[in-house]
Design a protein around this ligand. Sequence first.
Ligand code: AQP
Length: 328
Amino acid sequence: MRIFSGIQPTGQMHIGNYLGAVKQWTELQTRHDCFFTVVDLHALTIQQNPQEFGKTSMETVTELISVGVNPEQCVLFLQSHVKEHTELAWIFNTLTPVSELERMTQYKDKARKNKRNINAGLLTYPALMAADILLYQTQGVPVGKDQIQHLELARMIARKFNNLYGKTFVEPETLVSKEGAKVMSLQDPKKKMSKSDGTQSYISLFEEPASIRKKLTEATTDAGKEIVYNPAKKPGISNLLTIHALFAKIPLKDAEKHFKNKGYATLKSETAELLIDVLEPFRRKKKELFSREIYVKEILKAGARKARTVAEATMEDVRSKLGLVPSS
Ligand code: AQP
């Protein structure tokens, strides 16, 4: 199966990104033909500091490798290194009704958060995301729940193009984990955990132990004392239980049983110690890779080369189907 997925270089990867998407990547790469990318062009929909942006993009690549994305088992590259993404995005822009883009939840959320910079890219983000995915004849896209709506749109765009110009694109399947597909904010457990919501709301995969303990101690909990999984009535506790179960690799029911008759403080402290333990190899690997920039750049160069081969073939087909005149 051809798999594709991406992550934005908008800050340190958090446990939500991992449980919702990247953990699946590390499993899928062992059995499938995987393309994973750091979507730096998407990140430009929020204003970036040019002095920092390159470093953040490289850091995200390093973080992916640190948590187990293996460049020997997948194609790992930077989105901006393969120009076909933006070319196909333009073509998809001409097929996508503005009304469809305007009803996207992420657009509405981000427009609310960035009132001073509601740029056209924020609106047409899903057309670029559809291009990212469809360029590679992708069959499966492992993502968190928040991306399901964008995936539906990508499928709609593939269908529309195929109907108008003949079969060109595969309609990809959305691969969403049963648990952990929407890890909630530690501060407001009714909202998803997000890099851009302030550091108190998330735990990075590379967080120092003292900070993990502090954030969990201060995490918002619910009324009452019972530790039960009930997202509607106990969103804070249900979120902590889910995080605990997934990192402990035990069923949610067993986590509930383990914390029966124990207090919220125990749930928080045991989860903190568990995270410190599980995330330790990630922190160590990232520190080790920090001084190996040339190695990481080589990985990106090789990744872009492989990605381009597939992307160029798709674009050639697309140009010919549309009747664009070949340059040579
Ligand atoms: N809270 C989450 N729970 C489960 N999965 C999540 N993902 C993001 N947040 C959660 C999944 O992680 C992948 C990469 O996401 P992204 O960084 O490209 O964009 P995002 O969804 O916008 O993530 P953030 O953290 O909220 O970033 P910012 O704040 O920069 O917008 C995707 O598969 C996503 O579903």
